[in-house]
Design a binder for this molecule. Structure first.
Ligand code: SF4
Ligand code: SF4
Length: 70
């Protein structure tokens, strides 16, 4: 797990489902989740990486979510 993944707060998110996937779904090297499909809230805007990268969207974990493409 790299330093960005350690700071990812997805595990605190109501939408998060633990299924052994790498965290930091927002980063292209990890990508979206194969397990999370239901939007029950997204805490990305409160994440330090989100601020650092200047992100403005959410639900980076949801596959096929056009809005998540940065
Ligand atoms: S990307 Fe957003 S919605 Fe998905 S688990 Fe992380 S904080 Fe939750
Ligand atoms: S912005 Fe969201 S997906 Fe990216 S590291 Fe933070 S909590 Fe995880």
């Amino acid at each position: 797990m790299d330093s960005d993944q350690k700071r990812c707060i997805c595990k605190m998110c109501p939408s998060y489902i633990a299924c052994g996937e790498p965290l930091a779904f927002c980063l292209p090297q990890y990508g979206s989740s194969k397990c999370i499909t239901v939007r029950s809230g997204c805490v990305c805007p409160g994440c330090p990486i989100y601020e650092e990268k200047g992100f403005s969207k959410d639900y980076y974990c949801i596959p096929g979510n056009e809005e998540s493409i940065v």
